[in-house]
Design a binder for this molecule. Structure first.
Ligand code: PLP
Length: 431
């Protein structure tokens, strides 16, 4: 059960009124439910219990320190993609020894930092990267744990901008080349071949692409594991969530869990994948991001103006594409609900931000309750790839973030002071 629900006509996050949070902390405001974060983590953890496993939260989805701390406390590791992210793990009290380091462009300095921190493994995306890791490790007199990211060339059937497992993508090493790459890597003295990794894409709402990819890679990983004494196989992240309840089967209530709708759930995921993976006898890693935090967060915004034109009803809000870029970038759907529910007719509306781009919208022609200046709306399912993708476009400060736990709430990121936006800029002497 997600931590957001109406109590009477008030939208609540767990035991806290979202309107009260908006009043106290202002808007735009991200609100996260700790119970939901933990619930999603624990469901996956329980589903994978028959396997020796480690959940490495893909912190690119949400790297707020408090969110990370709550997952680290449950035993989670992290999937990091930069030195900055690894530094955040340390700042959040996470364990670098439970971290995997992904990404196609790791610099020498990033590799050195990760080696010094003793991360669990580098997920390597090319042969030149293997050579670079070996060289840095030799200089530091260390042995670097590595896994090759195999690109299984399986179409995840997801949005083009978040599919990663086909040969059209920059990620990983082609399936057919992987055995040769391991053979050459085994000759590099400062590497330890610790496992194999794959990740086929994000927001997968069916289990079949996972099954297909695992089945395709299993013979390869079995052979390589025996030859190089692997410790683990990582099947990546990518579990999808419900954004649009109208597209899901079952009763159309946005707070219902995917399980209630017969969509991809941890139970179904485990039911199909555990029997395939168990005979391997390896530790299984997964790297979920969106599944854990996507539906654990919403973005609260205030209505500034309602502008009716001959054709349209524009609801102009104080959040914009710099706060939540997903609709502009991926054409994503976010359910939009009022903090104060009222009856009455709906109005076909475009909810738009104040940024000077036509792409700055959250929905188009959507039947929404009639709202007016000063009302508040919540954009649901904004906990993943929301705040982390925020920018200062139009010199707009980054939004504040709040974490709720039962009846408690805490500001976990203060609104960015506007002067911070240009704090590192300098005007040259000749001006
Ligand atoms: C290597 C890797 N692992 C895990 C993830 C997390 O994906 P998701 O948030 O869909 O679970 C990503 C996302 O792009 C990724 O690139």
């Amino acid at each position: 059960m997600h931590g957001f629900h109406y109590s009477g006509n008030q939208l609540k996050c767990e035991g806290v009124s979202v309107a009260a949070l908006a009043k106290k902390f202002g808007t735009p405001l991200y609100v996260y439910s700790q119970r939901t974060l933990a619930g999603h983590f624990q469901k996956l953890d329980a589903a994978l219990a028959p396997l020796d496993h480690l959940i490495c939260f893909a912190m690119k989805a949400n790297s707020n320190l408090a969110v990370m701390r709550s997952l680290a406390r449950l035993g989670g590791g992290f999937d990091v993609v930069s030195e900055g992210e690894l530094r955040r793990v340390v700042a959040a009290g996470g364990d670098p020894r439970k971290c995997v380091f992904a990404g196609v462009g790791k610099t020498g300095a990033e590799i050195e930092f990760a080696l010094r921190k003793g991360i669990y493994c580098f997920n390597v995306e090319s042969e030149p990267e293997l050579a670079r890791i070996n060289k840095v490790a030799a200089r530091l007199k260390k042995i670097a744990p590595v896994a090759v990211r195999v690109n299984p060339n399986v179409d995840a059937g997801t949005h083009a901008k978040i599919t990663t497992g086909t040969y059209e993508n920059k990620f990983g090493i082609a399936f057919e080349q992987v055995a040769g790459v391991y053979a050459r890597a085994s000759k590099l003295k400062n590497l330890r071949l610790r496992g194999l990794q794959m990740h086929i894409g994000s927001q997968l709402t069916a289990v079949q692409p996972f099954e297909l990819a695992v089945k395709k890679v299993l013979p390869l990983v079995t052979k390589l594991a025996a030859k190089y004494k692997f410790e683990f196989f990582s099947i990546g992240g990518g579990l999808g969530i419900v954004y649009n309840p109208a597209l899901a089967s079952g009763p159309a209530a946005w707070w219902q869990t995917p399980a209630a709708r017969g969509i991809l759930t941890p139970a179904l995921y485990a039911q199909r994948l555990v029997p395939l993976l168990r005979p391997l006898g390896l530790r299984i890693l997964i790297e979920p991001g969106r599944f854990i935090c996507g539906n654990a967060g919403l973005l609260v915004t205030r209505v500034e103006y309602v502008k009716r034109t001959g054709r349209k009803n524009f609801v102009i809000v104080d959040a914009a594409m710099n706060d939540l870029i997903r609709p502009a970038f991926y054409d994503s759907y976010h359910e939009i609900v009022p903090l104060k529910r009222r009856g009455g007719k709906t109005v076909s509306s475009d909810v738009v931000g104040p940024i000077c781009e036509s792409g700055d919208y959250f929905c188009k022609n959507r039947p929404l309750p009639k709202v007016g200046e000063g009302d508040h709306l919540a954009l649901l399912s904004a906990g993943a790839y929301g705040s982390v993708m925020g920018s200062n476009y139009n010199s707009r400060p980054l939004a504040a973030e709040v974490l709720v736990n039962g009846r408690q709430s805490a500001l976990v990121r203060a609104r960015q002071p506007v002067e911070d936006i240009w704090a590192n800029e300098k005007i040259p002497a000749w001006l």
